[in-house]
Design a protein around this ligand. Sequence first.
Ligand SMILES: NC(=O)c1ccc[n+]([C@@H]2O[C@H](COP(=O)([O-])OP(=O)(O)OC[C@H]3O[C@@H](n4cnc5c(N)ncnc54)[C@H](OP(=O)(O)O)[C@@H]3O)[C@@H](O)[C@H]2O)c1
Length: 315
Amino acid sequence: MELMKALLVHDYGDAGAMRVERIPKPALQADEILVRVHAASVNPVDWKVCDGVLRDKLPMAMPFIPGGDFSGIVEDVGGETAGFAAGMAVFGMTSTPGYRAGAFAEFVAVKAWHAAAKPSSLTHEEAAAVPLAALTAWQAVFDRAGLRAGQHILIHAGAGGVGGFAVQFAREAGAIVTATSSAANADYVRALGAAEIIDYRAEKFEDGRRDFDIVIDLIGGETQARSYAVLKRGGVLVNAWGAIMQDKADAAGVRGVKVAVEPDGAQLTRIAALIDAGKVNVSVAKVFGLADYGAALAESRTGHVRGKIVLRMDA
Ligand SMILES: NC(=O)c1ccc[n+]([C@@H]2O[C@H](COP(=O)([O-])OP(=O)(O)OC[C@H]3O[C@@H](n4cnc5c(N)ncnc54)[C@H](OP(=O)(O)O)[C@@H]3O)[C@@H](O)[C@H]2O)c1
């Protein structure tokens, strides 16, 4: 039996409950591809699932392998995986969050439609930073909010993994983007395409424009509660963390909708085309080796990463 290195989580808790081990390579089903993972990225859902923060919604059978997205080379394909062949460079999402066999491993088996050809202009480390965050942004901005050119959109946490892609997608689609960030990240978010930055530590965003068509709320809680007031009647708030505050949405005459990211190879192909055309950039804040998973997860836990944290499997 062929073995691989993987990070296994044996109990809810911090990095002490997980370790790198050698386990059998995943078996392949007919609609799956087996990918030799070069790099994966860290998303907040990884430490939330490991800590047990999400145990009510996403109970995990122990042990499990975390890691929601990857970039690597196809090692083998099942019989129902048209368009994929051994040797192809791909990137993708492992599954919806709550996956049991994630990408913090040397190999991952995923449904073929969860993956797409890797953007040729990116390294594996950069490509690994894309799938889960970019798909969340795409599905929030286009599928949930239905953004159109000329609309005004407020994106909270524009400097983060999801926010950075949301700002770029919205700008590219012809929207006028306002984003919240700390002062230290203002120039970075402006360069991504935000016309206006609100320093959420120094200013109240509700003291500015109050007729946004769309708010993308990647923070939740108090930020969401205050955001309904800055939408025009008929506007839409898309929330990625927490629950919709329906009473506040009703009072403001707006819609509140959740986004729950889904793997989508077709959307990844469109995102890859934007990246290869130079219209969307990928920002990697730090790269860690798999053995440094504790430091990588701790960095994400700070809530102040600019762009993405990446884990290299071959380091
Ligand atoms: N529902 C879903 O399917 C889904 C999918 C992906 C992510 N999510 C959730 O969405 C959230 C964002 O994910 P992410 O990957 O973008 O996280 P992330 O990369 O860790 O976000 C970090 C960014 O948040 C900014 N930030 C922190 N507090 C802020 C505040 N009060 N106002 C504005 N910006 C603030 C920081 O900017 P500064 O350093 O400038 O403060 C930092 O750049 C997480 O809770 C994640 O779990 C949900």
